[in-house]
Design a protein around this ligand. Structure first.
Ligand SMILES: [Zn+2]
Ligand SMILES: [Zn+2]
Length: 214
């Protein structure tokens, strides 16, 4: 049975070893960064560290930074940064990566984030398939290079859309309009709302997420 949950302090050592060895094997880290990857107590104090457990064995981990700070890669407020996703190679094919990313996205929602971002190596195509299946899209303008010969691709997943303009996030300008007018877009899925205006107010319906009324 596969389960994803927050890591226990007794597991920090094993998570650190799995994360550092995976990154070193895949050429994603030098020795300096490996020490950071091993320091799970430090990041658990500032982020949510999740683990995947398969039949009682620790088989993967991911870190979700939802409150800014040094692990959030200079993210703007309201942004969750998904980092240090690793799965034990012996557990490949069990859906470990997907379960970890889904749980990380759920953590970001719970913490009130509007968007999830991540960076990934171009060669990690199995991970890219997971991200794309879960609705992440590429953000080429944010791609960056932490080491001279390492280019990272970036992805984002909006968790909420503006009810007025339909773009990801919440906008001050639009919020003022939404005080007076019905939302034109569903904040959950960006679909156009079916809007009806009555003498006493309005209703706006998303075929997927139901009806809002004034
Ligand atoms: Zn807007
Ligand atoms: Zn909807």
């Amino acid at each position: 049975m596969l389960a994803v949950r927050p890591a226990l302090p007794s597991e920090y050592g094993a998570i650190g070893d799995l994360t550092a060895s995976t990154y070193l094997d895949e050429g994603l880290a030098g020795a300096d960064y490996a020490a950071t990857l091993r320091d799970v107590p430090a990041r658990a104090a500032e982020t949510t560290v999740l683990v995947a457990e398969l039949d009682g064995r620790l088989v993967g981990s991911v870190t979700v930074a939802t409150r800014g700070g040094p692990y959030a890669e200079q993210a703007e407020p309201g942004t969750a940064v998904l980092r240090m996703l690793v799965t034990d190679p012996r557990a490949r094919g069990a859906g470990v990566g997907t379960a970890l990313v889904e749980a990380a996205v759920a953590t970001a929602r719970t913490d009130g984030c509007l968007v999830v971002r991540l960076s990934t190596k171009a060669t990690m195509t199995a991970a890219h398939r997971i991200y794309e299946r879960l609705g992440f899209t590429r953000t080429p303008a944010r791609d960056w290079s932490p080491l001279p010969d390492l280019m990272l691709l970036t992805y984002e997943l909006p968790l909420a859309f503006c009810g007025h303009c339909g773009e990801p996030g919440a906008h001050e300008q639009c919020r003022r309009k939404l005080v007076l007018d019905p939302p034109r877009y569903c904040s959950g899925c960006r679909r156009r709302m079916v809007v009806q205006v009555h003498p006493t107010g309005w209703s706006a319906r998303c075929v997927e997420h139901g009806t809002l009324t004034s």
